[in-house]
Design a protein around this ligand. Sequence first.
Ligand SMILES: NC(=O)C1=CN([C@@H]2O[C@H](COP(=O)(O)OP(=O)(O)OC[C@H]3O[C@@H](n4cnc5c(N)ncnc54)[C@H](O)[C@@H]3O)[C@@H](O)[C@H]2O)C=CC1
Ligand SMILES: N[C@@H](CC=O)C(=O)O
Length: 804
Amino acid sequence: MKVLKFGGKSLANGQGIQTVVDIIDQKVKKGEHITVVLSARGTSTDELEAILEQAVKNENYQEALDAFKKYQIADFGNVNFLEEFEILDKLFEGVSLLGDYSKRIKDQVLSQGEVISAKLVTHLLKERGVNAHFTDSRELIITDGQFGDAQPLDTLSKENVVKHFEKYNGTTVNVVTGFIASNAKNETTTLGRNGSNYTASLLANYLNAEELQNFTHVNGIYTANPDLVPDAKKIERLSFTEANELAYFGANILHAKTIIPLIEKNIPLRILNTFDHNNEGTLITSEASEKGIKSLSVLENVSLINLEGRGLLGKVGVDARIFKALAYKNISVSIISQGSSERGIGLVVSADEAKQAKATLEQEFESDFYKRDVSSITVEKDVSVISIIGQDLSTFHKPYNALIRNQVVPLLFNNTVTGKNVSLVVKKNQLHKALNVIHGEIFEISKKVNIAIFGHGLVGGTLIDQILTSAKEIEKRKKIHLNIFAVANSRKVLLQKNGVKKEWRGDLEEHGVVYEIEEIIKYADVHHLENLIAIDNTASKEFTDHYITLVKHGFDLVSSNKVANTLSFDFYKELRKTLEENQKQYLYETNVGAGLPLIDTIKLLHLSGENITRIKGVFSGSLSYLFNTYSVENRKFSEVLQEAIDKGFTEPDPREDLCGNDVGRKLLILARELDLSNEFEDVQIDNLIPENLRDGDAASFLGRLQELDPVYEKIKEDQKEKHVLRYIGDLSGDLSQEKGVLEVKLVSVPESSALGQVKGSDSIFEIYTESYGDQPVVIQGAGAGAAVTARGVFGDILRLTEKG
Ligand SMILES: NC(=O)C1=CN([C@@H]2O[C@H](COP(=O)(O)OP(=O)(O)OC[C@H]3O[C@@H](n4cnc5c(N)ncnc54)[C@H](O)[C@@H]3O)[C@@H](O)[C@H]2O)C=CC1
Ligand SMILES: N[C@@H](CC=O)C(=O)O
């Protein structure tokens, strides 16, 4: 036989109650032998309790009582609830007159909810032709006399149940009231909250059921509450021991006491969804899962009490006094943690008891305050407890580090030695983010990385498209979910917390809003977005002003923009200090050599103690293309320059390349990687723009490109034979000193030399070091272009996700 238990939400008016009847009917038709245990319908128990409170205060409860009755009758006018309604009328009237009620009376009131529920379902089943039998559990389950939370007397109860089921067996479906029972004097008692589940597991035990099916309104037990963690996954199988841990830590679908009768007889428990027939739910058996489960549970509405004092050190019995004083006031402590120095003790209590707990402790430690042994007792009101069940300390660093990276610093944490769980107290306003961060870290579910992209021109736009194209594959291979939640230009931003789609350009036009950087930060905060990365694909100085703010608000940074690394050395250091303080990263591999792995290589060589003595080469992709082509082809300088612009090799303002600033910046960035403290002003630059063309805006300059032609024709002609022009950067001098020599210049080199061999838009970097001697490490390849640069930025994003 299977025992089926239906909860309040399943039995609510409308779809619920009809579905419950359908489920039972179908099982009977299939020939299954079943027994049904029911809770009160909808929120009946809470409503009856509220009416009782109104009655005891002599308030007008009639309206609420009428609403309760109306709900119960609803479309079921032909079911007779007169007896139950009369009982309620009398009980409430009495309570109202007396201005008092006992737990005994309360049990009588609440029990009507289950009686009405079972009576109704029995009636509806009979209408369908099912041989249903209303079974009042008060005639079966006998308890001690403790009203409100009675304990079943097993031998007697079992005898009654077995006898009853012998009498009503075969095709009969017993529809049993959950939650309620009676004592030896035949008075109504109740089994406490979750009592209906308890009734169901007692029946399953007494009747040696093959399975207990608990029908709820959720698909089973999840790795975390899906309302708080959208990525939460259903757990297919659990062991009773694991379920017990979950039950203890607030997974209110289970309660420890309801599992014990099942464990005793090894009866599987399946948690099912009344409203989703196709779902197999979660199966709980005595078999331990191989890997051990992990799950997150949350205690909300708790407060953290902190007791501090130097004089507590080594004092005997402080904890005992805390517990005793609080126990005396019936205040339960869910977590206690104390430093080895015993100077501070933190304890978690229910939020509504925090004020009383503080007062109680202040009274208990009054003389210790006087002696200055205790200095303060404070309450942190808005906190929550997250318990990572199945977590031991060997791998706890992973979720913990992820929390810190996301700027969630737990106020307190503790673990059990054998129970394999770690609990963390966090500020309530960080709960949502903390849960999602931990969840992403401990489950083999994709870790979500939330990206804000600033600048969607050539590089930025290509990057967005590259990410959207590869996102699925990356998620499959690396379990990283790249979510672009913001795309901004200098005027507008498109904000989509679940990620922009391939139509982002049109969406930005249509739904983009004017913004300040603070609003993007706030958006990420309000939507609890974790693992934040801001990408700067602008060429803007103004945007770099936001870097420090972004880092302070938990963003890692990636930039193709070179400006931030070439502002004053003071800013350079301040940014790095802020990054360190906030444990954030800043990656900018594309700043020099676009997608080439240059910065990483130099960093590694330098960090490993390799003495870099000189770096020399063609640093600019656009100018490489310009001079490589112009040197060997019989074309006008202006024509080739326009081609470089059209191919997307130049800066947004091409004069930045031609005036040498772009190469100067790259050189300075490399110098600073070697710990040199040069400023931009230290770079000696050959400006390729003749003086008469330097003033004015970019558009007017582009209109006068032909004026460059005679200048460069002469330079080309003045070269030695078999020589070509190259615009190079050169970092030299004694690089062990504070500053190096940084030069950017146009040179004529033999076409057979390494520099002379460079083709297309390739950059070439010769890195001279002590160990490598005269033979430099050479890195060569495409040094400009939207696709390679965007790919380089993408690489930095992936590097960051791996560091996490
Ligand atoms: N093109 C290339 O080969 C390479 C470019 N880079 C760098 O990539 C960056 C982007 O270059 P492109 O895409 O070619 O430029 P672009 O001019 O095509 O795009 C720049 C974008 O930045 C936006 N923008 C400007 N100021 C902004 C602000 N304050 N806030 C938000 N958005 C702002 C503009 O609206 C535009 O969408 C530059 O810093 C460049 O130095 C780096 C390596 C190679
Ligand atoms: N304009 C730059 C682009 C890469 O940094 C270049 O030409 O190299």
